[in-house]
Design a protein around this ligand. Structure first.
Ligand code: FES
Length: 113
């Protein structure tokens, strides 16, 4: 389907994860300045929402067991998670954040929702 509107850029607070649904896929959006990152909002360890976590050192920390997933690569930097979460392309058009969930930019398996 390509890029789909997900949120207003102004509605996103710096370094504060937000969950949105894009084409029925849960997405964790994180704004850092003018950049917006999108990760599949399902922890690869036990299917927990990453949007419930905190942004730390360029990653989002899962609030259940503490694995931190890099905002760019989706890779976990600490256990217990060992697999990356899919990351998605974002763009901002006229103040609206758009996300394309059809392809994971990091090559991780496409989410099954
Ligand atoms: S559910 Fe996320 S680290 Fe366990």
């Amino acid at each position: 389907m390509g890029f789909v509107a997900a949120a207003a850029l102004d509605a996103l607070t710096d370094a504060t994860p937000v969950q949105v649904e894009v084409d029925d896929v849960p997405v964790c959006l994180v704004r850092t300045g003018d950049d917006v990152f999108a990760l599949h909002d399902v922890c690869s360890h036990q299917r927990w929402s990453l949007a419930d976590g905190l942004v730390i050192d360029g990653g989002v920390e899962c609030s259940l067991h503490g694995s931190t997933f890099d905002l760019t690569t989706g890779a976990p930097s600490s256990l217990p998670a060992t697999r990356p979460v899919p990351t998605f392309a974002t763009r901002v058009t006229d103040g609206t954040v758009e996300v394309d969930v059809t392809v994971a930019t990091n090559g991780a398996p496409t989410p099954d929702h």
